[in-house]
Ligand binder design. Structure first.
Ligand code: ZN
Length: 324
């Protein structure tokens, strides 16, 4: 806990990007297509932007709530007739590690699923390292509760507790009413340490009874036991077992972090969710964007300029690719 508190005191004032170009590849969970990509450094204030390098003209789209066009089984960004889907785990990796700005080049319509978790991409980002930029980070500080509901499902943002004003805590419960998977609850004070220890390895999951239906609907075509936990009637089909006893709720937390990162700001406050998913998560993002009276933007004035900001290698910056 002490390491986490120190992290909040010291490390979060400046925006960051990745230090090196990162290459990755894999198959898309829903399309089943192989796809490769690269993550490039980006300047302060640029946020996360995806570029479809396989499409003539290489159109690009910013990772922000307004650009979400579908939330069924994955989060899909899109505009002008092109899409980038299954962005949530990569976005969670950026948010969880504290990467504020990056360009993601993709040679296909979907971010590869890797092993179903954020662990492989987190490892690659950690290998590359982060570069501190000179601009202060911008935080969204929750002032009044903002909630979305659907039946008994809900997700809400709440103001932080006294004494924890600069922190972001997550509290999530699931209840599947299934013979194998029932209730699970998970809470954490989210910082890079907690993210890496408690969340990144949790994999995508699905029920065996749904697999045929998903495939008939053109979904989960790339799904295998190598990239998803598959739940049968009374057990999981994956021989290696679970990575955390409560891996399922932790994966939902990973999804939630990725979805909330589409606000484009780091969060100060609490998020509570019960049986939420991409659709409800995005309803919350949209409600937050609309209800500006419920939050304020906070910047911590840097005491001194970041030390590394003047040493860009221009060849590493994908700036020239960013047009909007
Ligand atoms: Zn997921």
């Amino acid at each position: 806990m002490l390491a986490r508190l120190l992290h909040y005191k010291k490390a979060d004032m400046f925006q960051t990007t990745v230090k090196e170009i990162i290459e990755f590849s894999g198959i898309g969970l829903h399309t089943g297509c192989p796809v490769k990509g690269r993550i490039l450094p980006a300047r302060e204030g640029k946020g996360i932007r995806f570029i479809r390098k396989d499409i003539p003209g290489a159109p690009s789209i910013k990772a922000k709530g307004e650009n979400v066009i579908a939330t069924r089984y994955a989060t899909t960004l899109g505009k002008d007739g092109f899409t980038v889907s299954t962005v949530e785990h990569l976005l969670a990796a950026f948010y969880g590690l504290g990467v504020d700005n990056a360009i993601v080049e993709l040679y296909g319509p979907e971010v590869p699923i890797m092993d179903g978790s954020a662990a492989p991409i987190v490892e690659l980002i950690e290998e590359a390292g982060l570069r501190k930029l000179s601009s202060a980070r911008r935080y969204l500080s929750v002032e009044k509760p903002i909630e979305v509901k659907s039946g008994d499902k809900y997700v809400c943002l709440l103001p932080p507790d006294r004494g924890k004003e600069v922190m972001f805590t997550v509290d999530y419960t699931i209840d599947f009413s299934h013979s194998y998977l029932g209730k699970q609850a998970f809470s954490t004070l989210l910082c890079p340490v907690a993210f890496k220890e408690e969340v990144v390895r949790a994999r995508t999951f699905g029920f065996l009874k749904d697999v045929e239906m998903l495939k008939e609907n053109g979904l989960a075509r790339g799904g295998t036991l190598d990239n998803a936990v598959v739940i049968g009637d009374n057990d999981i089909l994956n021989k290696e077992g679970l990575r955390y006893p409560d891996e399922f709720v932790r994966h939902k937390v990973l999804d939630l972090i990725g979805d909330l990162s589409l606000l484009g700001l780091r969060l100060m406050g609490k998020v509570k969710a019960h049986r939420s998913g991409h659709t409800l998560n995005h309803a919350l993002v949209k409600k937050v964007i609309k209800n500006q009276g419920c939050w304020k933007i906070v910047e911590f004035a840097p005491a001194s300029p970041a030390s590394e900001d003047k040493r860009y290698e221009p060849s590493l910056i994908g700036e020239e690719l960013v047009t909007a």
